[in-house]
Write a protein that binds this ligand. Structure first.
Ligand SMILES: Cc1cc2nc3c(=O)[nH]c(=O)nc-3n(C[C@H](O)[C@H](O)[C@H](O)COP(=O)(O)OP(=O)(O)OC[C@H]3O[C@@H](n4cnc5c(N)ncnc54)[C@H](O)[C@@H]3O)c2cc1C
Length: 378
């Protein structure tokens, strides 16, 4: 029997794989997507109701054109599906005038992103429930807000199937190889063939491309939702921005206001335990809880009410916390797409579009030099 050859096999259909499948299939590319589980699931990096989106990017100026494109695409998707994958209600970074705030200001200046600066007293006046230290300033960005990971992935997957993609769930890729210009992908159930491959396998990527010896580490992160003690409407997104706190001890926290009755969300950013992707404690514990409760007690005391829910999730970190979006060395038919380090989701549709461009034309107009594999090999 003649074997079926797909144009592209995507290994991993979480955020990046589902978006890539969507933009590729929309452009007529024959896609097979494979996933060990049935996305959106709670075992990788893309669950927990919301993700922060913001554009005055302190992590690096080269991210800004990509996030700007992502804003356009999130809004375009909303019009297409007549639902909300993005909510823009504002976001404030708080900290002393250190690198975090000054780098955000540099991005804002270079790309004309409107931001307003507040003193600690002004922050308390504007948002009565926040209690920043005296030395803190706040940068408010009006277009910041939330995007919805599970809902977005479901939409990308169903739309790409409508455009002709085949998606096989509960099928784990265990090996792959190249034979006469065609890639063979072996799963626990079958063998498949394609002209090109995309590895968008999140926390599991390292063992799928062992020869790259990617220096990535998997970090356990815990999300919590609380019922505020009182003045609940002040915690609603119509009255409160998301907040990112760069504390004087170097630890970062972030919060999301109440959206869709899910409760007030709070989490520590980084500082989690490094773990193996297949050996992860998926239950939150008292130590995890005490860390965020202590933060709330000091900085947002009225939010420190009853615990409503929690989720354990993983960051896939590179040493410099920048993404990996690059071709496999000396093979432009294989794309490695690992945009995490705890800040990739906001870019999802733009990265899906970039992957689709890279597959079709082997190039893109975005500057991806900071996301190269080569920089990790030094
Ligand atoms: C707690 C937390 C908070 C975050 N907050 C933010 C935020 O506020 N803003 C922001 O922009 N970003 C944030 N991020 C980062 C963002 O969520 C990630 O960048 C993004 O979800 C990564 O998507 P991904 O597609 O790489 O991984 P995933 O969505 O995890 O997808 C990988 C997929 O590959 C599949 N897979 C793996 N191995 C195989 C295999 N062998 N065979 C078949 N399938 C396989 C998995 O099952 C999985 O479905 C956060 C992340 C976490 C964990």
């Amino acid at each position: 029997m003649k074997k079926k050859i797909y144009n592209v096999i995507i290994i991993g259909l979480g955020a990046m794989g589902s978006a890539s499948s969507y933009y590729l299939s929309k452009n007529g590319v024959k896609v097979l997507g494979l996933d060990t589980y049935e996305p959106p699931h709670k075992l990788g990096s893309s669950h927990g109701h919301t993700r922060v989106i913001r554009e005055a990017y302190h992590e690096g100026i080269s991210y800004v054109p990509i996030v700007k494109r992502a804003y356009d695409l999130w809004n375009e998707l909303d019009r297409e599906i007549e639902d909300k994958l993005i909510l823009e209600y504002g976001g404030m970074y708080l900290g002393d005038d250190g690198k975090y705030l000054s780098d955000a200001k540099k991005s804002a200046k270079k790309y004309d992103i409107p931001i307003s600066e507040f003193s600690s007293e002004e922050i308390k006046e504007k948002y009565k429930v926040l209690n920043p230290p005296k030395n803190f300033k706040g940068l408010l960005e009006n277009r910041s807000g939330a995007v919805f990971p599970e809902k977005a992935i479901s939409n990308f997957l169903s739309k790409s199937i409508n455009y002709g993609s085949t998606h096989n769930y509960n099928e784990k890729v265990i090996d792959w190889n190249k034979e006469s210009q065609i890639y063979q992908v072996k799963t626990n159930k079958n063998n498949y063939f394609a002209e090109k491959l995309i590895f968008s396998s999140g926390a599991w990527i390292k063992n799928l491309v062992p020869s790259l010896n990617l220096p990535i580490k998997i970090e356990r992160q815990v999300l919590f939702w609380f019922d505020p003690i009182k003045d609940k409407d002040q915690f609603h997104y119509s009255n409160m921005p998301n907040t990112g706190w760069d504390l004087d001890n170097g630890i970062e926290f972030y919060t999301q206001p109440i959206i869709e009755d899910k409760g007030f969300k709070v989490a520590m950013h980084h500082n989690g335990k490094f773990i193996s992707e297949d050996n992860l404690n998926r239950e939150s514990n008292m130590d995890d809880l005490n860390i965020v409760k202590n933060f709330l007690e000091e900085y947002i005391p009225l939010a420190n009410g009853n615990l409503l829910d929690s989720r354990v999730c993983v960051y896939t970190n590179t040493p410099d916390l920048d993404f990996i979006i690059d071709f496999y060395p000396e093979d432009e038919n294989i794309l490695i797409c690992s945009p995490c380090s705890g800040h990739g989701f906001k870019f999802t549709p733009a990265i899906g579009e970039i992957c689709s461009e890279l597959v079709a034309k082997k190039k893109t107009n975005y500057d991806l030099s900071e996301f190269s594999i080569k920089r990790l090999m030094k």
